[in-house]
Design a protein around this ligand. Structure first.
Ligand SMILES: NC(=O)c1ccc[n+]([C@@H]2O[C@H](COP(=O)([O-])OP(=O)(O)OC[C@H]3O[C@@H](n4cnc5c(N)ncnc54)[C@H](O)[C@@H]3O)[C@@H](O)[C@H]2O)c1
Length: 302
């Protein structure tokens, strides 16, 4: 079931946290895994450790260090994967970091760096993966492609302390949906996960208590609980699942519904709105349907 023997996977940010668990999961299903993490000493050491653990369990893996959002580093990542294993079949975009601040307290750099690592980080590797698969398919070769993006519930609910992160994560959903529309004709799937887990990203500050391990019983927020979904979406059995967004944590997976339209209003004159007409209709509706500010979390999700 879900055999990935002979398949080649790239996972960004796979030295630690969720990426590490996802890489181990893919390797346990038989994939040869290219472990990417940033070229900083502690991250390189962590990535190398993931490689060693995969090998110790009888799997195959190599590490390629570099910035997931840098085009040249992404090119190097893909070239090394192809030179070493001869193909690329599974692209898991996962790497990232947070710089949490409220909108009124955030610097340009805090905004740019987080949008860059998540949104551009997905973009450069998604571009390389889809380009490779498309050219292969157009050349008449059989192609097996699975793309998994990593968003967050912050993208749908907003996150008061993470305007940079929530925006990037919303962009990732939109980008992946577009890729799914383009790639379905080649039999390639593109899906998004929104995980919750205890990692370096969440095991600090406000979220630490929410994600803490229990004294006993099922450790709901153990990051290894997220990895099976990535393994499944990467598998042949999931070939008909594309353009989906799934929240995943513990023993639960929730598929997001497509956005649906709410109440519509039409101007009384059938043309351009007059403000008093608009006010009459809007106030009638919102007086009866007054909602608190839309949002699901009192503490920001990771
Ligand atoms: N943990 C959660 O509850 C949660 C919730 C929603 C979304 N996510 C998302 O899951 C993904 C993984 O996060 P995590 O919780 O495992 O965090 P983490 O901090 O444990 O792991 C992130 C990894 O990405 C690497 N990384 C950072 N910048 C990089 C770069 N420029 N190039 C390559 N690697 C880089 C880090 O070195 C680290 O190994 C992220 O995209 C995160 O936003 C996590």
């Amino acid at each position: 079931m879900s055999d990935l023997s002979g398949k080649v996977a790239i996972v960004t940010g796979a030295g630690r946290g969720l990426g590490r668990e996802e890489a181990m999961q893919l390797a346990s299903q038989g994939a040869r895994v290219v472990i990417n993490d940033i070229n900083l000493p502690d991250a390189e050491e962590a990535a190398q450790q993931t490689v060693e653990e995969i090998k110790a369990a009888g799997g195959e893996a190599i590490a390629v260090f570099g910035d997931c959002a840098n085009s040249e580093d992404s090119d190097k990542l893909f070239k090394t994967a192809l030179d070493t294993y001869g193909d690329i079949n599974i692209m898991v975009n996962n790497a990232g970091f947070c710089r949490d601040k409220t909108i009124f307290g955030m610097s340009d750099d805090e905004f740019d760096s987080v949008v860059r690592v998540h949104l551009r980080g997905h973009f450069v590797n998604m571009r390389n993966a889809t380009k490779y698969w498309r050219e292969k398919a157009k050349g008449g070769d059989p192609v097996y492609g699975r793309l998994v993006s990593t968003s967050s519930e912050a993208a749908i609910y907003g996150s008061a302390g993470q305007p940079n992160y929530a925006s990037a994560k919303a962009g990732i959903v939109a980008m992946t949906m577009g890729a799914a529309q383009l790639m379905i004709k080649y039999g390639i799937t593109c899906n998004v996960i929104m995980p919750r887990a205890r990692t370096a990203m969440t095991d600090a500050g406000q979220t630490a208590a929410m994600f803490a391990a229990p004294e006993d019983g099922f450790d709901v927020f153990n990051p290894e609980n997220v990895a099976p979904l990535v393994g499944y979406l990467a598998s042949p059995e999931a070939g008909h699942i594309s353009g989906e967004v799934m929240i995943v944590w513990g023993g639960e997976i929730t598929v997001l519904q497509r956005p649906t339209l709410g109440q519509s209003f039409n101007s009384s004159n059938g043309g351009k709105w007059q403000l008093d007409d608009m006010h009459n209709k809007m106030s009638e509706y919102f007086d009866e349907n007054h909602m608190p500010v839309w949002g699901g979390f009192s503490v920001p999700p990771g």
